[in-house]
Design a protein. Structure first.
Length: 185
């Protein structure tokens, strides 16, 4: 992938952090990766780092991955969220993470092929980002057009005021002329 991604990694195991970073480096050129392991740090990174995607372990020291996902989705429901965990062994629990809003989950036992598992999810993310960028550009252009229309309408309104004032002056001059003409008669 050419596009750089802003990735927030919520993980408490430093060995896993290094392995995940290495695997991401195989598919993302110049990824920007921030790491945290609790709710408060995650909240700070959401505000100050503005990630494109959050990768999270399920079992964390002070909370669960579902807590992290809820925080992320409450902050911005458009941020993609992917579990990378060794905890989800139960298919029902895995399905519930997807139903709760996760874009996917990958088991840590597949860490050696993590890049292959992340690549389709990241490609989808990039396509969605491009689509949103195009939408944002159209909205921006529409706002410019609307502002130009408002400017034009304000200008017409100003011109109309001048025209009305000039017409009133002309009427006043005509009335004075009529009054003078009537007095002369």
């Amino acid at each position: 992938m050419i596009k750089s991604l802003r990735i927030l990694l919520v993980e408490d195991n430093q060995t896993d952090v290094q392995l995940i970073k290495r695997q991401i480096g195989k598919i993302v050129e110049s990824p920007l990766i921030e790491v945290c392991e609790n709710m408060e740090d995650c909240r700070q990174h959401l505000v100050n780092f503005a990630p494109d995607v959050v990768l999270s372990d399920y079992n964390l020291p002070t909370c669960t991955g579902l807590d992290i996902m809820e925080l992320v989705k409450d902050f911005d429901s458009e941020i993609e969220f992917i579990f990378i965990t060794g905890t989800i062994q139960d298919e029902e629990l895995a399905a519930n993470t997807i139903l709760s809003g996760a874009s996917g989950y990958i088991l840590k036992k597949h860490m050696n092929v993590l890049s292959e598992k992340l690549e389709p999810l990241f490609k989808k993310l990039v396509v969605n980002m491009v689509a949103r960028e195009e939408l944002r550009e159209r909205i921006r252009n529409n706002k410019i057009t609307v502002n130009q229309i408002y400017d034009y309408l304000d200008q017409i309104n100003t011109d109309n005021k001048e025209h009305v004032e000039n017409i009133e002056k002309i009427k006043s001059a005509i009335n004075r002329f009529k009054v003078n003409d009537d007095e002369d008669s």
